[in-house]
Design a protein around this ligand. Structure first.
Ligand code: HEC
Length: 284
């Protein structure tokens, strides 16, 4: 009995604490600067958006790969994607071979006779190598931040491809941000000022990102298919490519979904039909 009473009051205490925490008004100035400055990614139209018939556009994925190859791969690895996987986005076998052979970073290996470490040119079966030999070197080159591996980046961030697009095109001048409100906000929160070596980006969770703006000028890459390489276009293409890398089987998943729905419809009709047949002459 006594245990029940004690339990009841303990529960009551918890509930009241929760209630107070939710209902108590926040003091002015208590909202973090990262909330006030933060921006939600704007929606971007992608060919694979639709959950039923959304499909990747191979031409776009190839352009996105080109942006990754020429720009992002200087810092970001893609350890779960092998060169030969690129055949899935429309590159031919000889093209994939050539891409691997010309890759800027060679693959680490060792000398069979001496055991010394050395590197060799990549082949189609290799995974896309990291541009840095290890994490320490990667951090040393990037203001102590680690460029994340890109294999599943589009799936591991809220907002996915649209977030990546917003982030890449979202570098702003901190003071002028939000119609000069930046200045006001900075007066309220002097600590929120972007430290040297970091870059203000309202789409990044803590607003100050160590990655310098990677796409800065139209025509930074020259697309083989003649598409005009505006910053917006390059950023959309590379975001689509990263989505493919993170979920190469998206189209299969959509197709399976349709098949399952059709199966369920047929199964329902059959079940209804047999119910009607079994009970046809019975009074019920
Ligand atoms: C000069 C090196 C460099 C290049 C080039 C570069 N990045 Fe980065 N990137 C970084 C670093 C460093 C971070 C980690 C930033 C941090 O944690 O502050 C990062 C982080 C990211 C993130 C993760 C942000 C998050 O939410 O954690 C994305 C997405 C990204 N980069 C996309 C790209 C794309 C796309 C390209 C090519 C168009 C690119 N990066 C080129 C260095 C680079």
């Amino acid at each position: 009995m006594i245990v029940r009473i004690v339990g009841f009051f303990a529960g009551l205490a918890f509930v009241s604490a929760l209630f107070v925490a939710f209902v108590m008004p926040r003091e002015k100035g208590e909202v973090a600067a990262s909330v006030l400055f933060h921006a939600e990614p704007e929606p971007v139209h992608f060919s694979f958006d639709n959950p039923i018939w959304g499909k990747y556009d191979p031409a776009q994925l190839q352009r996105g790969f080109q942006v990754y190859q020429e720009v992002c791969s200087a810092c970001h690895s893609m350890k779960l994607v092998a060169f030969r996987d690129l055949e899935q986005i429309g590159f031919t076998k000889p093209e994939v071979k050539a891409i691997a052979k010309q890759w800027k970073t060679e693959v680490p290996t060792f000398d069979e006779k001496t055991g010394d470490a050395k590197t060799r040119k990549a082949i189609a079966a290799d995974y896309i190598p990291s541009p840095f030999p290890n994490e320490t070197a990667a951090r040393a080159a990037n203001n102590n931040a680690l460029p994340p591996d890109m294999s599943d980046l589009a799936k591991s961030r809220e907002g996915g491809a649209a977030y990546i697009h917003a982030l890449i095109t979202g570098y702003r001048d901190q003071v002028g941000y939000k119609n000069e409100k930046g200045q006001e906000l900075l007066k309220m929160y002097p600590d929120a000022k972007t430290p040297p070596g970091l870059h203000f980006n309202p789409y990044f969770a803590n607003l100050n990102i160590a990655m310098p703006p990677p796409l800065t000028a139209d025509g930074q890459v020259t697309y083989a298919d003649g598409t005009k390489a505006t910053v917006n276009q390059m950023s959309t293409d590379v975001s689509a490519f990263l989505m493919w890398a993170a979920e190469p089987k998206l189209e299969n998943r959509h197709r399976t979904g349709i098949a399952v729905v059709i199966f369920l419809i047929i199964a329902t009709l059959l079940a209804y039909g047999s119910y009607q047949t079994i009970w046809r002459d019975k009074k019920h």
